[in-house]
Design a protein around this ligand. Structure first.
Ligand code: SF4
Length: 596
């Protein structure tokens, strides 16, 4: 039932790989040049100070706004378009500079790329957290790390967003200084900016993936920046994201959802306690916790959005235990669906570990999934006293509807995958997406709003927003399957490998020649698909402008979401829906041609 975006299809997090540039990196490479002269880099940074002085700092900058300001600066300064990425980083740095400076050194993260090391001589090993620099002095990493360590920074030498997001959502740090190439900054670091974490970035001097260099003076200056005066601080959803994450730490998990059998991980071999033990272990493992966040944030928005605040405020968020339990149920249902999904697709890895059915067998994994469904419903139903029977009934009704729709969507996909007829029309693919992706989001959003009070008047907007958001999100997921999603997947064209009925395939089949159709059907039916088959599917998709058509559809669904969000009250809910659009539907798209 899940979309599979959190699936790690290789040998775990510690595995280090050379990252091939993604198609998306290549298509925007001409906008990511680094000014070769230090004087020009300084000039752009000074211009950025002037631009940032007038920016509204009450909420995080969106990528669109940042890009608009950068283009204006470049026009005024007569800079070539190639410096767009660099100029955006310079303005973003100035937007956050004062707030970054006000964060204590001990609450900051320095994120370094391992491509700065000398790969031939570096003696350091990797573990799940990244490269363990021994400080041999063979490259600048040792110097940067020493300075930052002495000041009290948490230092990671790691690639990509997951490691960084993990420390942020665990509440270990409140500000980030990231050194990365413009490709990585575009892909990953701006997710952090969007969430609203005070962040500075120093771009590497090239976008190559090995033996890179960086402006050492710039890094040293940024590491030492410090001020005690509190600037005007940007409101952010990070406290609520952290609250959603913290619910699954042992102490809160056991307090909010006490174990009936009192089972611990060690009891996994006790037949009576084993199911509970495996179930709790599974819900405590991995995941972005985005579904519980939706519920918490929706509840908070309907109560004035008082927990949307600067990331470094130390007071805990105020949320009743009953609200947290309902939010927890959203994650529990999601985890149950992932278990069943992994069995249906016979996936090998999830969150960097072997999938549960591979470790304990299919029957046990099915049973743990069933147990979690029961636990999810119980987390809601037992709150009747605290929340009122009517609210609980409404939420349970919405959850059971979501369950049915998800199963129908997943069922449609399985019937298609395992049946003989490999025809599919774009409308059918979109129907499956609406069933598979929207209901979980809709249930989480509805639950949060219903927890705050009667929600009947909001039901049409919840349904419309969720449907459009879910479909757009799934199309982006399909497109990213061809980019090679660095956060989750190591292989491109996974959807073809697993013969999924995607919109991209449906669009291709609509206009393909009879010979191409035959070829696509043969590739999909082949159980042992080779790399060349994936390449051929990509060629066929490209020759029918399938990727462009899909991107146009994303834009249209996104516009519908924005229209719904813009017409929503109260303000805090409108801001939250806009946040969902900006975070979930982020994809750099070429401008929409007139008339589309
Ligand atoms: S300083 Fe650290 S990262 Fe650089 S070569 Fe030595 S051990 Fe490797």
């Amino acid at each position: 039932m899940a979309t599979g975006t959190e699936n790690v299809s290789s040998a775990g997090p510690a595995r280090v790989r050379h990252r091939e540039p993604e198609a998306h990196d290549l298509s925007t490479a001409h906008l990511k040049l680094i000014p070769p002269a230090k004087e020009l880099r300084l000039k752009i940074r000074l211009e950025a100070v002037r631009v940032a002085a007038n920016l509204d700092r009450s909420r995080p900058l969106t990528k669109e706004l940042l890009r608009g300001h950068a283009e204006q600066l470049m026009r005024a300064a007569g800079l070539p378009p190639g410096y767009l990425g660099f100029t955006m980083v310079a303005i973003s740095n100035e937007f956050w500079r004062e707030q970054f400076m006000a964060v204590d050194f001990k609450r900051r993260l320095l994120l370094l790329p391992h491509c700065l090391k000398h790969s031939e001589t570096c003696p350091a090993d990797y573990d799940a957290a990244g490269l363990n620099c021994t400080g041999c002095g063979g490259c600048v990493i040792a110097d940067f790390k020493l300075t930052a360590d002495e000041l009290g920074y948490k230092v990671l030498v790691a690639e990509g967003t997951p490691a960084m997001l993990k420390v942020l959502t665990c509440g270990e740090v409140d500000a980030v200084l990231g050194i990365a190439c413009l490709n990585a900054l575009e892909r990953a670091f701006d997710k952090v900016l969007k969430v609203g974490v005070p962040s500075l970035a120093v771009p590497l001097l090239s976008n190559d993936c090995a033996a890179t260099t960086v402006d050492i003076d710039w890094v040293n200056e940024a590491v030492k920046l410090r001020a005690t005066a509190a600037p005007k601080r940007t409101r952010t959803y990070l406290p609520l994201l952290r609250a959603a994450n913290e619910m699954f730490a042992d102490s809160q998990l056991n307090a909010l959802a006490p174990r009936s059998r009192g089972a611990t991980t060690a009891d996994a071999t006790d037949p009576i306690a084993a199911t509970e033990s495996l179930g709790y272990d599974w819900i405590a493992t991995g995941g972005k916790r985005f579904r519980p966040f939706i519920t918490l944030a929706a509840y908070d928005a309907m109560n004035g959005g008082k927990n949307v605040r600067p990331a470094d405020m130390s007071t805990p968020v105020e949320l009743p235990a009953a609200v947290r339990r309902v939010a927890m149920a959203m994650e529990v249902f999601h985890k149950a669906s992932l278990l069943h999904d992994d069995i249906e697709d016979d996936d090998t890895y999830r969150y960097g570990r072997e999938t549960l059915h591979r470790r304990h067998g299919v029957p046990t994994a099915i049973n743990v999934g069933d147990y979690l469904i029961g636990l999810g419903y119980r987390l809601v139903s037992r709150e009747a006293k605290a929340l009122g029977a009517e609210a609980v009934t409404d939420i349970l009704e919405r959850l059971s509807q979501a369950h049915e729709k998800l199963a129908e969507g997943q069922g449609a996909e399985l019937f298609w995958r395992d049946g003989g007829n490999k025809e599919i029309k774009p409308l059918d693919a979109l129907k499956i997406y609406a069933l598979k992706t929207a209901p979980a989001f809709e249930a989480a959003l509805y639950a949060g709003m219903r927890l705050a009070g009667p929600a009947a008047a909001h039901e049409p907007l919840i349904a419309e927003f969720s449907r459009n958001l879910g479909v757009a999100y799934q199309i982006i997921n399909d497109l990213e399957d061809w980019d090679g999603d660095d956060d989750n997947k190591l292989v491109r064209g996974q959807d073809v490998l697993s013969a999924r009925p995607t919109l991209l395939l449906a669009l291709a089949l609509e206009t393909a020649t009879p010979a191409q159709k035959r070829e696509l059907h043969e590739i999909l039916g082949d159980k042992e698909k080779c790399e060349c088959a994936i390449h051929r599917v990509r060629q066929i998709y490209a020759s029918h402008q399938v990727f462009e058509q899909a991107e146009t559809m994303v834009r249209k669904y996104r516009e519908r979401c924005e229209t719904v969000a813009n017409g929503t009250t109260p303000d805090a809910l409108r801001e939250l829906l806009t946040f969902f659009v900006n975070t979930m539907l982020e994809r750099d798209l070429p401008p929409l041609p007139a008339g589309q």
